[in-house]
Design a protein around this ligand. Structure first.
Ligand SMILES: Nc1ncnc2c1ncn2[C@@H]1O[C@H](COP(=O)(O)OP(=O)(O)OP(=O)(O)O)[C@@H](O)[C@H]1O
Length: 247
């Protein structure tokens, strides 16, 4: 079976620093795939390459059978790659509902057209169930800036889902969350439809092992290991990499 996404031979340099050196990564439909590794291993850089924010010096990205290497983040989002960032990127003065409506618009409006009322209503109808799914129905009318950090995370996931993703890129979603909030996040991520594949960058290995079926370990811009959570958890190579340097 062809993968939903493949990043092939990806290399990124920042001046003399090599962030990624010929990395390959494949993600299949519905897969929950984690990218872990010590600080500075290249995880966020690879997420940026897949999302279109960083152009690699070498390599290609294919998605759903097409070469998307030349597309920017917005064009990739329209094709079904949506992303949540290390810091929640919500509009603080808009309500939770309005945030989701804004996020849904690129999917319900043809490119470069003003949005007529019918399309706006379509976006609004999508917002309610998404907020409910993310446990935010009670705060739908609250400006996002007033929500707790964990709720802003949940809102950002609702916004990403509003784009009808086939692949969701999650960059350290547990960062800054309390243990109770991480538990809630895990429940919400586990309940995502199987039609959505997930690529998760995360330092919280408890979350990674509880959610993901495949784990890739990066170190110094290269793939150190890939396998099931059990294989990775017991790998001496991976233990050594973490002993050598992780947050
Ligand atoms: N825009 C940039 N300019 C210069 N160097 C960068 C840039 N972005 C990343 N780097 C460097 O590239 C390397 C890989 O960074 P990256 O953020 O991808 O690692 P990471 O595995 O996500 O780390 P962390 O777990 O700490 O977030 C690091 O040495 C980092 O300092």
């Amino acid at each position: 079976m062809n993968p939903l996404l493949s990043a092939e031979d990806v290399s990124v340099r920042y001046g003399s620093l090599t962030a990624l050196a010929g990395v390959d990564l494949s993600i299949h439909d519905g897969q929950r795939h984690a990218l872990i590794g010590p600080n500075g291993a290249g995880k966020t850089t690879l997420l940026n390459v897949i999302g279109g924010a960083t152009k690699p010096q070498r390599g290609a990205v294919r998605f759903a059978g097409r070469d998307i290497s030349r597309l920017g983040p917005a064009a990739r989002a329209r094709r079904g790659i949506n992303r949540i960032h290390q810091r929640p990127a919500v509009f603080p003065t808009l309500t939770a509902t309005e945030n989701v409506v804004v996020a849904a618009l690129p999917r319900v409006i043809p490119r470069r057209r003003w949005w007529p009322g019918g399309r706006r209503r379509t976006a609004q109808h999508r917002a309610g169930p998404l907020l409910e799914r993310m446990g935010l129905a009670d705060v739908a009318a609250v400006p996002a800036g007033y929500l707790a950090h964990g709720q802003q995370r949940q809102l950002e996931i609702a916004m990403a889902l509003a784009g009808s993703p086939r692949l969701l890129l999650l960059d350290e979603p547990a960062a800054g969350l309390s243990a109770a909030e991480v538990g809630r996040l895990l429940d919400l991520l586990r309940a995502l439809p199987r039609a959505i594949a997930v690529l998760l960058v995360e330092h919280r290995l408890d979350l990674v092992y509880a959610l993901c079926d495949t784990v890739t370990v990066l170190r110094d811009g290269q793939t150190l290991a890939a396998g099931t959570p059990d294989e990775i958890r017991t790998s001496p190579l991976v233990r050594q990499a973490y002993a050598d340097g992780v947050a």
